[in-house]
Design a protein around this ligand. Structure first.
Ligand code: C2O
Ligand code: CU
Ligand code: CU
Length: 472
């Protein structure tokens, strides 16, 4: 009550004098729960393919309430795909056709969006291209896979609520023609943070002004739906590939592997041109992915995968570093360090086909007593769509007119950040800065249609920060 009054009074002053937003009255961020180190599995089930044809993968996904244990001994209700958080991983190869028979057993409508996959427009899972699947309903998605990489799936209806409740899963697309990396094993590590009651473990879904303004940050980090600080044992020198997905509503995660080696080999949409060291940290904004190769150098070493604080504005993300995973080498003699190929693939630099620049300005304003988020001064669905044609390669200028960072995400197409030869679909746009992208509007079947782009802080997206792209 008192907090709301404070916020409202500051709002009134601001509207009156037209100055910059004052975010000073936000409630404080909740302190993090720091679990004791624990030992157990981080594995995620893989969806079984029930079609014997080699060019088709056929799977079934069902969204429904389920129970999980985020804190030991505390079973709590979540929403999940096939009963687990994350949902089962979809594994496929480039060029395959994936059929997903989806059933909605949630008490409300939903869809599935395939984040980063360049699918046909009608399969993109937004309410613009399909009628949300009603409670009890079914829908069959059909996805053709042009790219290898680490992707993910999640609902695109009330995503701030539905994703927070546990509806997300990873997609791994492999390309047999890619160089083989010298790894002994491979795991998907889906990162999230949830706000739970420290005593009961129950998901705390109360909205407050901080969540509304900054996006919801939790007090418990999850790695593959398990509380942070799992211990994984390894042999020195033995490399593994970790495919990270940041599935959090709003949390930026700046990763570091302290005490071990971590080399990045892939970003959102597949391999980099060459392996890259990560000593400077590896920032993953909501929606973003990265693949890394990790190993320990000496017998007995312990490496800690840490989420280091990254303050994206006004206290959001400010906390002590949090230990996510401990990698512990047994006493066995070290294997030789993995020999990573010097070059992973060659990525052509995109050449723009027109001088036209698409401009997207991320903004905020006070609406009816609450903050609203805007694109080009308007709030979705009142944002006039950008227009383009299949086959175009164009510059997009994303201007951040606010004092907080926003993760920009484009559906259906991939881009290269200006001057960076890497395929991406999600990128941070730092506070008050401009990011230029070269976007490839490819001409594949199904590329025509209306696609969304938006901030991947899901509370911001649901509160207006979505725009559309008409591709003809
Ligand atoms: Cu993960 Cu509209 O996206
Ligand atoms: Cu997406
Ligand atoms: Cu945002």
């Amino acid at each position: 009550m008192i907090r709301r009054a404070l916020v409202l009074s500051s709002v009134v002053t601001l509207t009156a004098c037209g100055m910059d937003m004052d975010h000073g009255a936000l409630p404080a961020a909740v302190p993090m729960i720091v679990p004791e180190p624990w030992t157990g599995s981080l594995s995620v089930p893989v969806l079984p393919d029930d079609d014997p044809a080699s060019d088709v993968v056929s799977v079934a996904l069902r969204a429904a309430p389920a129970e999980v244990e985020y804190l030991p001994g505390r079973r709590v209700e979540v929403w999940a795909f096939n009963g687990s958080v994350p949902g089962p991983t979809i594994e496929a190869r480039v060029g395959q056709r994936v059929r997903v028979r989806f059933t909605n057993n949630l008490p409300e409508p939903t869809t599935i969006h395939w984040h980063g996959l360049r699918v046909a427009n009608a399969m993109d899972g937004t309410a613009r291209v399909m009628q949300p699947v009603p409670s009890g309903g079914t829908f069959e998605y059909e996805l053709l896979l042009p790219d290898a990489g680490t992707f993910w799936y999640h609902p695109h209806v009330r995503s701030d609520v539905q994703v927070e409740k546990g509806l997300y899963g990873a997609i791994v697309v492999r390309d047999p023609s890619e160089p083989t990396l010298p790894v002994a094993s491979e795991e998907v590590l889906v990162l999230d943070d949830v706000r739970v009651d420290p005593t009961t473990g129950a998901l705390d879904e109360g909205e407050d002004e901080r969540a509304e303004m900054m996006g919801r940050e939790g007090n418990l980090f999850l790695v593959n739906g398990r509380r942070s600080n799992a211990t994984v044992s390894a042999r020195a020198g033995e490399a593994r590939r970790w495919r990270f997905v940041n599935a959090a509503n709003a949390r930026y995660v700046d990763l570091a592997l302290e005490g071990g080696r971590m080399v990045r080999v892939a970003s959102d949409a597949g391999l980099l041109q060459a392996p890259a060291e990560t000593q400077q940290g590896l920032l993953l904004v909501p929606g973003e992915r990265a693949d890394v190769i990790v190993w320990l150098e000496r017998p007995g070493d312990t490496a800690i995968l840490r989420a280091r604080p990254y303050e994206r504005a006004m206290g959001a993300g400010r906390s002590e570093p949090v230990d996510l995973v401990r990698l512990v080498a047994d006493g066995a003699a070290a294997l030789p360090a993995p020999a990573l190929p010097a070059s992973l693939r060659s990525i052509p630099a995109l050449v723009v086909s027109s001088e036209k620049v698409q401009s997207v300005r991320l903004g905020e304003r006070m609406g009816d007593g609450r903050m609203e988020f805007t694109i080009n001064g308007r709030r979705f669905p009142d944002v006039p769509p950008l227009a383009t044609t299949r086959g175009a390669v164009e510059t997009w200028e994303i201007v951040n007119g606010t004092e907080m960072d926003h993760p920009f995400h484009l559906h259906g197409f991939r881009f290269q950040p200006e001057g960076v030869r890497e395929w991406k679909d999600t990128i941070n746009v730092p506070a008050s800065r401009t990011v230029r992208l070269t976007v490839e509007i490819d001409a594949r079947d199904g590329a025509a249609g209306t696609w969304m782009y938006h901030c991947h802080i899901l509370e911001h997206a649901e509160n207006g920060m979505i725009g559309e792209l008409d591709v003809r």
